[in-house]
Write a protein that binds this ligand. Structure first.
Ligand code: FAD
Length: 412
């Protein structure tokens, strides 16, 4: 086995959380090695960004590169059910921060981010899969395996696990816990969309609810260059009732939503076969441990419906890196109070939105004509990713408040 030189910070995974952690660590003068299982560019799901993520990317010195990359501009979200339609305009948000974002092919976006981290001095090694980790000593020891099966041993003073659904430290250290959501799944495809409908707004993600089932929904995420990502989300057991291959099942579901069916009538698939991802909600017993922290999906993932994943991933890195830096300088850090709790404020916000979305309460609020304008603006803020803004009453443990509001609107 190869024994590699010691680094201050070792990052597992080169997705958004890993790239952000690498760049922010470099800004603090730490030596950084990123070990990534695949070779970039590589496909990843999660293509609609939220405005809050732009401020975070700016903090990491990555925003200019993202702006130069020519991604599709995004200024809001359109929610549709049958003939009811509501546009959430991010410009109507109540807090400071960017009012726009981008919709991105993640192969390109993630590559831009990690190249920026590299430009800032991070060492990035591809095709290095982490297979073992030991945190019993003063420094961490991590073992990676390359494509030829050769193993290398790395020593680091601190490790960020940003391995996404790989969830490498939760698995190796037995931190995995069941998520408190039903097992949902998604079928999706990239298309050349050829949409000609005059009422289609390319600057928004379009989220459509199934005409009969509150808990089945579709995304239509336009990209630049006339392409789009399309997908459907439902409980896995529901999607299993559709027969055929993945593309046939996706097409059958699209045919059930009149707007998707109409708009995509001329669409051409860009992949030979649609893809499927199942059971992605994740939870852990702890987001940190001796000399490590879990970032992004390696720690927590809720649900795709409000496009919060990348924002949470970036935010987790922005919270964790300054703490790791302080710890490496000899300070004592209370990781629960200074990392897990602040991070969970935003995660809990989105959790309340996800739960009430599938229960139907949030949809009642969204489509209600009696919804006060102020509520609309506060919802715009959260949908723009500003889920850590404590001035917003619909931030934090938001579920109870949203359910109460939905009930009031129903009673009216
Ligand atoms: C159906 C669906 C739709 C979604 N839509 C959106 C959306 O519109 N907007 C949004 O913001 N989010 C969305 N998400 C969530 C989004 O995909 C994730 O939250 C986001 O990619 C998390 O980033 P990350 O950096 O934590 O992990 P990832 O982006 O998954 O990066 C992890 C990296 O770690 C690498 N890795 C894994 N295992 C190992 C190992 N053992 N050793 C070394 N490297 C390893 C992987 O190859 C990968 O490159 C969606 C998720 C799903 C399931």
């Amino acid at each position: 086995m190869n024994a590699e030189s010691m680094v201050d910070v070792l990052v597992i995974g080169a997705g958004p959380a890993g790239a952000m952690a690498a760049a922010l660590s470099r800004q603090r003068g730490l030596s950084v090695r990123v070990l990534e299982k695949t070779q970039f560019p590589r496909f990843s799901i999660g293509e609609s960004m939220l405005p809050q993520s732009l401020g975070l990317l700016e903090e990491a010195g990555m925003l200019e590169a993202v702006e130069r990359a020519g991604f599709q501009y995004k200024d809001g979200a359109q929610i549709v059910r049958g003939d009811r339609k509501v546009d959430f305009e991010f410009s109507q948000k109540t807090c400071a921060g960017y009012p726009h974002a981008y919709q991105v092919t993640r192969a390109d976006f993630d590559h831009v981010l990690i190249k920026e981290a590299q430009r800032q001095g991070a060492e990035v090694r591809y095709q290095q899969e982490i297979v073992a980790a030991d945190f019993s000593g003063d420094t961490a020891r991590v073992v990676s395996r390359d494509a030829q099966g050769r193993e290398s041993s790395h020593r680091a003073r601190f490790v960020f696990d940003a391995s996404g659904f790989g969830r490498i430290l939760p698995r190796l250290l037995d931190l995995d816990r069941p998520a408190d959501f039903p097992v949902r799944a998604s079928l999706f495809m990239h298309v050349e969309d050829r949409i000609v409908d005059a009422d289609f707004d390319r600057n928004k993600i379009r989220v459509a609810v199934h005409p009969e089932h509150d808990d089945i929904w579709y995304w239509l995420i336009p990209f630049s260059g006339g392409r789009a990502s399309i997908g459907v989300v439902a409980e896995d057991k529901v999607l299993q009732t559709y027969s055929g291959d993945v593309s046939q099942r996706l097409n059958a579901l699209i045919a059930e939503e009149p707007g998707m069916k109409r708009m995509l009538r001329n669409a051409q698939p860009l992949w030979p076969e649609a893809r499927e991802i199942r059971g992605y909600a994740t939870a852990v017993s702890s987001l940190h441990g001796p000399n490590f922290a879990l970032l992004g999906n390696a720690g927590k993932f809720l649900d795709p419906v409000f496009s919060s994943g990348v924002t949470i991933a970036l935010k987790s890195a922005a919270l964790a890196v300054p703490l790791a830096h302080r710890q490496l300088q000899g300070e004592t850090v209370d990781w629960e109070a200074e990392f897990a709790e602040p991070l969970m404020l935003g995660v809990d916000t989105f959790k309340g939105y996800v739960e009430t979305w599938y229960e139907g309460a949030l949809q009642t609020i969204m489509f209600s004509e009696r919804r006060p304008q102020r509520v609309y603006e506060l919802l715009c803020s959260v949908l723009a990713g500003y889920a850590w803004d404590t001035e917003n009453p619909y931030v934090g443990r938001s579920g109870r408040r949203l359910r109460a509001l939905a009930q009031t609107l129903r009673d009216l």
